[in-house]
Design a protein around this ligand. Structure first.
Ligand code: PMP
Length: 297
């Protein structure tokens, strides 16, 4: 993720990653009490570097921090400017951007008076392939919304994601689908999910999921392309009957599934509405001009 030259932004200063210091007595390190974002920048069709939906991501970072009772003193403008500068100093265009807000030590659990922040970047090429994922149902469920503020991107929540992903990979799958506490399909470890049936898309309604920014983009694209889409409670049996399915998230972008619990989807991915969404998404993030041409190909 970094080498001796990598630069990050730490509480207002640009510092070498290899020289950056963090407090070993941090509450965030001990308890996972931190919030973060996963953002991407793309080399767009014009050659310019653009951060996709930067405002939405930094709005969510603020909301995550405030919902965790962490002070948040930064403006989107300041953070977006710092992010572009970190990209420039590392000479990255296609990159993953990781801001983290963290807290000093506090064993009494009174409200913190101060938070800290850093922004890291690493290179990540956009995904243009037709690779399809082998997915299993995780034995881990997503955190109960009554136990956690699940719409916040809080670091501690991701222990659940790590366990689920490790389980899937150990068993020979690419990734896991997790259910919610009632056994309905919820989301992946770091991505939302859609399935397709007879040309129509379905995705879990909000409430027990992280309502992703990519999920919102997919809903927008469905609207623009005239693809019918419904948000609802989804059973695992419905996925077994589906023509196709995909994960979507900032890092994952839109990526199709080959199989669900070893059962292959019958429809050829290349003939699905889901693939049109995948291509439209890539056109959107890279600001490729002729969306309809991408779709018609
Ligand atoms: N669900 C979870 C649990 C996630 O961690 C992510 C990644 N942030 C998503 C969904 C997708 O969110 P987004 O599209 O905003 O990246």
């Amino acid at each position: 993720y970094y080498n001796s030259e990598t630069v990050l932004w730490l509480n207002g200063e640009f510092v070498k990653a290899s020289e950056a210091k963090m407090d070993f007595y941090s509450q965030s390190l001990h308890y996972g009490y931190a919030v973060f974002e996963g953002i991407r920048s793309y080399k767009t069709a014009s050659g310019e570097t653009k951060i996709f939906k930067a405002e939405e991501h930094y709005d969510r970072l603020r909301n995550s921090a405030l919902s965790m009772n962490m002070p948040y003193t930064w403006s989107n403008e300041e953070l977006i400017e710092a992010t572009y500068e970190v990209l420039r100093r590392n000479n990255f265009q296609d990159a993953y951007i990781r801001p983290v807000v963290y807290a000093p030590m506090n064993m009494s659990f009174v409200q913190n008076e101060v938070s800290y922040i850093f922004i890291e970047v690493w290179e990540m090429a956009p995904f243009f392939g037709d690779k399809l994922l082998r997915i299993m149902t995780s034995s881990f469920q997503r955190p109960n919304p009554k136990a956690f503020k699940i719409t916040a991107k809080a670091s501690g929540h991701y222990v659940n994601s790590i366990l689920a992903s490790q389980e899937a990979k150990t068993k020979g799958y690419d990734e896991a689908l997790l259910t919610d506490m009632n056994g309905f399909a919820a989301e992946g470890v770091g991505a939302n999910f859609f399935y397709e049936k007879d040309g129509k898309l379905f995705t879990p309604a909000t409430g027990n999921i992280l309502p992703g920014i990519t999920r919102a983009t997919v809903l927008e694209l469905c609207n623009e392309l005239g693809i019918e889409v419904e948000e609802k409670q989804i059973t695992l049996d419905e996925i077994n009957e589906a023509d196709a399915a995909f994960f979507c998230g900032t890092a994952a972008e839109v990526i199709g599934w080959e199989s669900f619990n070893d059962v292959k989807f019958k429809k050829n991915w290349k003939e699905t509405a889901s693939r049109k969404i995948q291509q439209a998404y890539l056109a959107r993030v890279t600001e490729a001009e002729v969306l309809t041409e991408v779709i018609a190909e």
